[in-house]
Design a protein around this ligand. Sequence first.
Ligand code: NOJ
Ligand code: CA
Length: 666
Amino acid sequence: MTSQGEPTYQVTYKDKEVIKSSKLGISLKDGVSLTKNFAIENSEISTFDENWTPVLGEESSIRNHYNQMIFHLKQNATNKKLDIVFKVYDEGVAFRYEFPMEKSVNYFVISDENTEFKLTGDHNTFWLPGDYDSQEYNYNETKISEIDISKINRENGIALQTVENNFRVQSPLMMKSADGLYINIFEAAVINYPVMHLDVDTKSFGLTSNLVPNATGDKAYLRTPSTTPWRTIMISDDARDIVGSKMILNLNEPSKIEDTSWIKPMKYVGIWWEMHVGKSTWDYAGSQNAQNAGTGNMIPTGKHGATTENTKYYIDFAAKHGFEGVLVEGWNVGWEDWFGNWKEDVFDFTTPYSDFDIAEVNKYAKSKGVKMIMHHETSGSVGNYERHLDRAMDLMKKYDYPAVKSGYVGRIIPRGEFHDGQAMVNHFNFVAQRMAANKLMVNSHESSRPTGYSRTYPNYIAAEAARGNEFNAWSNGNLPYHETILPFTRLLGGPMDYTPGIFEIKMNVYDPAKTNQVHTTLAKQLALYVTMYSPLQMAADLPENYEKYLDAFQFIKDVPVDWQTSKYLEAEPGDYLTVVRNDKNSESWFLGAITDENPRNTEITLDFLSPNKKYKAIIYQDGKDAHWEKNPKSYNIKTETVTNKTKMKLMLAAGGGTAVSFMPIK
Ligand code: NOJ
Ligand code: CA
């Protein structure tokens, strides 16, 4: 507490200061703000330790262990109350504001949150611009003092960008201090509150919360009793503690879904990449590419992807290779001018194009033991989506679709709202709840980034909410170090539908004029199934491309998506990651190792395997001459017999990776 009665906090790690004395407080639109003139009335200390069982996850059991301290504050003169609650974990600290039930305060409006994070030095950071509508950027790696959005290239394929301040970044913000501390600032349980971005003071290395406004310019409409999301600061001298942390999930409420038996992990294929590479189109007329919205013309050109016949081809492929699901985009009327016009009635989510026989497709899928995945592109027209949601879900249930992929490309309607504002946060959470009530799973694209809500609604099975593999198809793409950063940032909040598994790396196979490419080797695309945790994973490339490389495809067929345990063996944000995971339903283990633009040699001990057992290891690695740009498809596969004493050398090419399956020998 300062002499003005302003609440402050500071954080030390192993006797080192990490957060200098930083202020806490909330500004209100009306009346006296909750920023100063406070006294501590009393405080409470407690300890919590439990294990819980996620429905799907990287671990079959998660420990939630922390010490808690609640400070009950009272404002002089107004007598207003504010509680600030701290939870201290091994790998970090979390705190939030709580607004107790009060007679004098009922409804209130937050005009600003004044949470400071004053850092102790000019740390190295991995940052994304503080854009209110998109996280689909490449990471910038600079010192705090060098953060400046005006200096970066924003010709990056992101159609809608809302950047109002050149010194604002998104969280999670991953940092490393000069003396080797890993620091991550994020938030958990963002519910009925806007997303927090961070304003950067590049001179003093201070960060201040910036809440995304509503259409009115206000930040949050609340009523007592209520709470803010948790503000989290993870700290360790070992990067593996951060990438493996379950703190964000732990800070969310337990599952509100009682019967979770219908929530199932899934690998899927789909009519999807072929639109992104320009082979076919979403719209019936066939006038689109991945970055235009078509001509509005309804004369078919024969390039429509979502036809009954093409869907059957994917269903056959899924059935043959053991995939549970098939996604079909562009099945419904509305794609003729689906974005760019801020148009309200875009899709009704129930009317198929005339060449997509929904009954026939679903009958055929059922006969092959495959589930169809629904697609709802809202184009940001959210009021329209909510109006149609019940009928859209009825259609899904009628035809037995267990899951939907949703999308939010474009400016939001209600007009004036941003993707990251309170109203949209409420929308994304509302859809998860409504889908849960109907026993349906959801995977949202272009939503605000998850903050652990999948613990509470485990049917919120995945989200995109970062720059996915698709950008490699039609933009300048993802930098080779991209996938080494995501596990330290985006993935802390929940699974990502990254859509890995692209084998035809260079887009000139579709059109000699194209220079776009995936910025990895083929072997790294395999490793991503292990390094990028998600219970929903796509094999994103075209069936005919997989047919050409069936030996490498075997890894995608074998790799599970739900795990007993996971161990991060090696980790350095922006450089490399090596993780091993034990299948939830067998004794098999799987390894994924990836590197950035630099080649990497390493040796690991297989001591995670059970003792006194032999395993057949199938190693999918970069060829000696592999290179993400010069020779991305060079790979080789070898089989070895190993035990938990074996030391294994991994050789990763520039932009490369290694994937290994370990199956016990009976
Ligand atoms: C963006 C999504 O991320 C992508 O996967 C989808 O194909 C398009 N929107 C169209 O809905
Ligand atoms: Ca996207």
